[in-house]
Ligand binder design. Structure first.
Ligand code: FEO
Length: 402
C-alpha cells in the first residue's frame, strides 16, 4: 500500500512539506483563509540534502516525513535558501537530531543564523553567486536573489534534472489539499492566493524580482520547487509568466474604488463614481469599504487593475485612519502603471482631500486632478463632480488600451 506521508517527486527527490490551516495570519498580518504550506524537499542520492525546514509550529509532521524519507540514513546537508522563520524555524531541531549535518548558505545567511538562533556552526558551507555544491551523483548551483524576499534569499538549481529550488519565489498562500503538483489541481483556485501572496509579501521588491528572473531566465527549468504553494512539474512556465506579469506591473482593464466613510456620505460619493464607470461599460469595477475589506485583498486588486480611485472622509483634520494605513502602504509598494483620482469630504476644517491629493501627485501614477470635497452631505454639484471623476477615469483607461 502506498504511503501517503511524504510524496515522491521523482527518483531521489521527495516532498516533506507541511500544511498549516491553524495560523490565521501570515506574518501575523495577512489573512490565510485557505491556509498556507511550508514546503521542504529531500534529495536522497549519494548525499542526503534537506532543502529548507518549516515553521516550528509544524515541526512534528515535518520530522515524521523526513525520517520516513531518510529511512535510517544520516542527513549530510541542509540548504538554507531563506531565513524567514516560516522556513528556518526547525533548523535548531535539525542540528540537534543530525549533529553532523552541514549547513549551506551565504554570508548573510550566516549572520541571520547567529542573530536569530545563536547558531555559529563550524560545519557551515558558505556559497556565493554561481558556486556549485558537488553531491557526487548530482550537484547544485546557487544564485543569489537578494530581497526576493530577504537580503540572504538565494535559489539553487540542479542542472541534471532542471530543478529549481526557488524559496519564496513562485510561491503562494494556500495549503495543499491533496494535490501537490500543478497538474493535480485546478490552478484557478490558487490564482487569487498567488496574486495576494505576491502583492502582499514580495510585491514591494518587484525590481529585485525582475532582476532575479532575468538571472534565472537562462536556465532550462523543468521543475520549480518553491517553499510555498504548488510544485510545478507539468507547466512551470505558467507560474513564471504570472510572476513576470505581476513584477512588471502589467495591469488589466478595470477600476478599484476604495472609500472611507463613517456615516454613509462618502460611501454615496463612491457609489456615484462607480455608477458613472458602469454607464461607460467599464466592466471590472471593484468598490471597497476600507474599514471592512482587509488591506491584503485591497492590495491584490489595486495591483491588478488600471484605475485607482480613493475617497475619504476627514478624521482629526486628516485622513480616516484605515485610509491612512492604505495610503502609507501604497507609498511603500512602489506600484507602477496606474491612473489615480481622489475625492474627499469633511464637516468642518477638512483635510482628507488635501492628503489624498498630495499622495496622488507624488505616487508616480497618472493623476486625474479633482477637487470634489463634500461638506457633510454631497450636493448636486458634488454629485456632478463625482460623475465627472468616473467619466474621466473611464476615458483614461479606455485610451490606455487603444
Ligand atoms: Fe516564506 Fe519570506 O518566507
Amino acid at each position: 500500500m502506498e504511503n501517503y506521508l511524504s510524496v515522491k517527486i521523482r527518483d531521489n527527490l521527495y516532498y516533506v512539506g507541511v500544511n498549516d490551516r491553524q495560523t490565521r495570519l501570515f506574518e501575523n498580518m495577512w489573512p490565510l483563509e485557505n491556509g498556507v504550506c511550508y514546503n521542504s524537499y529531500v534529495l536522497t542520492g549519494e548525499k542526503t540534502v534537506l532543502m529548507d525546514t518549516v515553521r516550528i509550529n509544524k515541526v512534528d509532521g515535518f520530522l515524521e516525513k523526513l525520517y520516513e524519507v531518510l529511512d535510517g540514513r544520516d542527513l549530510d546537508y541542509l540548504v538554507i535558501h531563506h531565513m524567514e522563520p516560516d522556513h528556518s524555524g526547525a533548523i535548531d531541531t535539525i542540528l540537534e537530531l543530525f549533529p553532523n549535518v552541514k549547513l549551506v548558505g551565504n554570508k548573510r545567511t550566516k549572520d541571520f543564523l547567529k542573530n536569530f538562533y545563536e547558531i555559529d556552526n563550524e560545519n557551515f558551507v558558505e556559497v556565493k553567486e554561481g558556486d556549485t555544491l558537488d553531491l557526487g551523483d548530482t550537484s547544485l548551483t546557487f544564485y543569489m536573489t537578494p530581497m526576493m524576499h530577504w537580503p540572504e534569499s538565494m535559489v539553487s538549481y540542479e542542472e541534471s534534472t532542471g530543478t529549481l529550488f526557488s524559496q519564496d519565489a513562485f510561491g503562494s498562500f494556500g495549503a495543499l489539499s491533496g494535490g501537490i503538483f500543478d497538474d493535480e489541481v485546478d490552478f484557478e483556485f490558487f490564482k487569487e492566493d498567488t496574486v495576494r501572496y505576491y502583492t502582499n509579501i514580495i510585491g514591494k521588491f518587484s525590481q529585485q524580482v525582475q532582476a532575479a528572473m532575468r538571472k534565472i531566465s537562462g536556465l532550462e527549468i523543468k521543475m520549480i520547487c518553491p517553499v510555498h504553494g504548488l510544485v510545478w512539474r507539468e507547466n512551470p512556465q505558467k507560474i513564471v509568466d504570472l510572476y513576470s506579469k505581476l513584477a512588471n506591473f502589467e495591469t488589466e482593464e478595470g477600476v478599484v474604488i476604495v472609500y472611507g466613510s463613517m456615516y454613509g456620505h462618502t460611501e454615496k460619493m463612491a457609489e456615484t463614481v462607480a455608477r458613472a464607470l458602469g454607464e461607460r461599460k467599464v466592466k471590472n469595477v471593484r468598490l471597497y469599504d476600507v474599514s471592512k475589506t482587509h488591506l491584503s485583498y485591497l492590495l491584490a486588486d489595486l495591483w491588478r487593475y488600471d484605475g485607482i480611485i480613493l475617497g475619504s472622509c476627514t478624521y482629526n483634520n486628516g485622513l480616516f485612519p484605515p485610509m491612512e494605513t492604505l495610503v502609507e502602504t501604497l507609498k511603500k509598494q512602489k506600484m507602477k502603471n496606474h491612473t489615480i483620482a481622489v475625492f474627499g469630504s469633511y464637516s468642518w476644517g477638512g483635510g482628507s482631500l488635501k492628503a489624498l491629493q498630495e499622495f496622488a501627485k507624488g505616487s508616480g501614477y497618472d493623476y486625474i486632478e479633482t477637487t470634489v470635497d463634500t461638506k457633510s452631505a454631497p450636493t448636486n454639484e458634488d454629485l456632478d463632480g463625482l460623475k465627472k471623476i468616473g467619466n474621466d477615469m473611464a476615458d483614461a483607461i479606455i485610451a490606455k488600451r487603444k
